[in-house]
Design a protein around this ligand. Structure first.
Ligand code: BGP
Length: 459
């Protein structure tokens, strides 16, 4: 069967500043943490070892062109642009981002720009990070500066990438700095991130720029083990905490009442100011980026909660391993392609069918060099992964979902936080020693699909 996509469908990939640029100026929490605890990072590889986009941006954009991208998402590094977070703008950073944006536009590749992809300037973390409302204001200023500097040529902005991840990693599950385990502080960080988002949206609207503004959320559908009311309730709470805690404010302009009631009953609500509600209502977006990798499966808890243990989302559910689930054995994540369709249908039916696109989807593979044949990674598994997901996305579009494009994670294999280079995701293989770039089979497949705006697959 032929799967054809609407005209002007966005074909591309995503990356981020810290994960690709190298040549760091302006310390982030990652630089600071790596200097102190390198053992937290896979093989002791830190944020300095990248695909050096800072040097190779021009030839890399040529590669994007070769992959027939018509759009590409990366982020601006707040710490590079404003090293102390609040003060002087670094003119070298302005030159760099201007050159990248101009070259992308010249090559017919629409730049999609994220303002914050996990890379908090250390100076901002030192004053409390997202727990401090001054950081919210500093971020809003940074956003405004970006709009003023680049808003004439960047027409698609994203305030945050996966804002729940720094909450989970930094304040609940100990995989990002500052390695705190405290739900109330996590809730404060999440809340202030929503306020920061809303302030950036406000600034964008006030500047009357020509483009649009949105956010990128990792929407992980929560599937209950069974239709037993206890399992269904468990899935509902997981959905409230991990999806709707950001989805509802940015699309509906308010938090779900049952999430607020739940946190209130456990005394975990962040401190709110009366005017916050108006601000959040003004944070409604024009465009939603959806990152989808795997589903979340949950069941009701099998055991009682230890009342002495820190309050956690898992007080309300257990994770569930569905027998016979399809796995990506090279990363240890479930593959569930219909999840992409379920997300789109949920948005269509419950959120007014917003303009959206898949901003990340991808398949991480450990030791991927084992799949080299004749000098090239033959990643047939990834081609299958993409085409299966695209088939479900296509079904969503044919049923009226407002999905405008598909970006893969990622362009060139890149450094990925604590996992460093463990899981490779790129269309292009990176040899970290030599910086040599080699297009994988999936890169060729994607280039053909983007060019034809369609692909063929047995149905
Ligand atoms: C996403 C993030 C990316 C990226 C990817 C891969 O959630 O937005 O920044 O790193 O996950 O993650 P990992 O390398 O842990 O498999």
């Amino acid at each position: 069967m032929k799967y054809a996509f609407p005209d002007n469908f966005w074909w591309g990939s995503a990356s981020s500043a810290l994960q690709t640029e190298g040549a760091r100026e302006g310390e982030t929490t990652w630089d600071y943490w790596f200097a102190r605890e390198p053992n937290r990072f896979h093989n002791g590889v830190g944020p300095q070892q990248t695909s050096t986009f800072y040097q190779h941006w021009k030839t890399d954009i040529q590669l994007l062109k070769q992959l027939n991208h018509n759009s590409f998402r990366t982020s601006i590094s707040w710490a590079r642009l404003i090293p102390d977070g609040i003060g002087e703008v670094n003119p070298d950073a302005v030159d760099f981002y201007n050159q990248v944006i101009d070259e992308l536009n010249e090559q017919g590749i629409t730049p999609f720009i994220t303002l914050f992809h996990f890379d908090m300037p250390m100076a901002m973390q030192e004053i409390g990070g997202w727990e401090n409302r001054d950081v919210v204001d500093a971020y809003a200023r940074y956003a405004q500066i970006c709009f003023e500097l680049f808003g004439d040529r960047v027409l698609h902005w994203f305030t945050f990438n996966e804002p729940i991840v720094p909450v989970e990693g930094g304040y609940l599950y100990d995989f990002h700095y500052p390695n705190v385990v405290d739900f109330r502080r996590a809730a404060t960080v999440a809340y202030h991130t929503v306020l920061a988002h809303a302030k950036a949206v406000q600034a964008y609207r006030a500047g009357h720029y020509a483009g649009e503004i949105g956010i990128v959320l990792n929407l992980t559908p929560s599937y209950p083990r069974s239709q037993n009311p206890a399992d269904v309730k468990a899935a509902h709470v997981a959905d409230l905490m991990f999806n709707r805690s950001f989805l509802d404010p940015v699309l509906r302009g308010e938090y779900p009442a049952d999430l607020v009631a739940l946190l209130k009953s456990y005394d975990q609500l962040p401190a709110c100011k009366p005017e916050d509600g108006f601000l959040i209502a003004e944070g409604k977006i024009d465009l939603l980026g959806i990152n989808y990798y795997q589903p979340r499966r949950v069941k009701c808890r099998d055991s009682a909660v230890n009342p002495q243990a820190p309050f956690m989302p898992e007080w309300f559910f257990d994770n569930y391993e569905m027998p016979g689930r399809k796995m990506n054995p090279h990363r240890g994540w479930e593959i569930y392609e219909p999840g992409i369709y379920d997300i789109l249908i949920n948005l269509r039916d419950n959120y007014g069918n917003p303009r959206c696109f898949i901003s990340e989807n991808g398949m991480g593979v450990e030791n991927e060099q084992r799949f080299i044949e004749n000098g090239q990674i033959n990643d047939q598994y990834r081609i299958e992964f993409i085409s299966e997901h695209l088939a479900w996305l296509h079904k969503g579009i044919s049923e009226g979902c407002n999905c405008l494009g598909y970006h893969m994670w990622t362009f060139i294999d890149n450094w990925s936080w604590c996992n460093a280079y463990k899981n490779r995701y790129g269309f292009i293989q990176l040899d970290l020693e030599t910086q040599k770039r080699t297009i994988k089979k999936s890169g060729e497949w994607f280039a053909a699909t983007a060019l034809n705006n369609s692909f063929e697959k047995e149905s």
